[in-house]
Unconditional design. Structure first.
Length: 176
C-alpha cells in the first residue's frame, strides 16, 4: 500500500533537515507549529499547499518507515520531538491510552459522568421502567428492544417509537 506522505525532492528534504536541531538527547523541530505544538512542514504539489506533521515526516525519513495511516505516538510526550527512538506507530486508541496513563488528559468529568450514569441506570433497573423521549412516558423494559450500546442494555426508544422512526426514515429515503 502506498503511503500518504508524498515523495520529497532533495531540496525539500534538505529544507526539512534544516529545521531540526539537536537538543539534549534528541532532535527537536524548529519550524512552524500548529496550535498544539506539533511541527508542520509545508510543500507544494500541483499548485496546492500540502502540510505534513514534522514527526510523521521524521518517521518516514529518519526511521525509514512511512507511517501510512497509522498514528505516530510520541514516547516522550513532546509534540515538537522528531527523534526516531521516541516515535511509535500505533492506533488512536493507544494514543489516548498513553495520554490518560501519563496524566495529559483530564478525565475527572468523564469519571463523574460515569458515576452519575451508573447511579441512574441502577435506579432505572430497580424501578423496572425506562423513559422514552419520543412518546414522553415511562414504560416497562419489555417494551424496549435489547441493545449492547446503552448502559442499561435497552434501546433508547421504545419498540413502537423505534418502529415509527424506522418507517419515517424509509419514507425519507424513497422520497429523495
Amino acid at each position: 500500500m502506498k503511503g500518504i506522505i508524498p515523495e520529497l525532492t532533495p531540496a525539500e528534504i534538505s529544507r526539512f533537515y534544516g529545521k531540526l536541531r539537536l537538543e539534549g538527547c534528541g532532535l527537536r523541530w524548529h519550524g512552524p507549529v500548529n496550535n498544539h505544538g506539533y511541527g508542520r512542514f509545508e510543500i507544494y504539489r500541483e499548485g496546492r499547499r500540502v502540510r505534513i506533521f514534522a514527526h510523521r515526516l521524521a518517521c518516514k525519513l529518519l526511521a525509514g518507515e512511512d507511517p501510512a495511516r497509522a498514528v505516530v505516538r510520541h514516547g516522550c510526550d513532546t509534540p515538537a520531538c522528531c527523534t526516531p527512538g521516541c516515535l511509535l506507530p500505533g492506533t488512536q486508541a493507544q494514543n489516548v491510552h498513553d495520554a490518560v496513563d501519563r496524566g495529559r488528559m483530564n478525565t475527572a468529568g468523564l469519571r463523574e459522568f460515569r458515576e452519575r450514569r451508573d447511579t441512574d441506570v441502577q435506579a432505572r433497573l430497580a424501578f423496572g421502567m425506562k423513559w422514552c423521549p419520543k412518546c414522553k412516558c415511562w414504560k416497562p423494559f419489555d417494551q424496549f428492544f435489547r441493545s449492547r450500546n446503552t448502559a442499561d442494555g435497552f434501546a433508547y426508544l421504545c419498540k413502537k417509537c423505534q418502529k415509527d422512526h424506522q418507517r419515517d426514515r424509509r419514507r425519507q429515503g424513497r422520497a429523495a
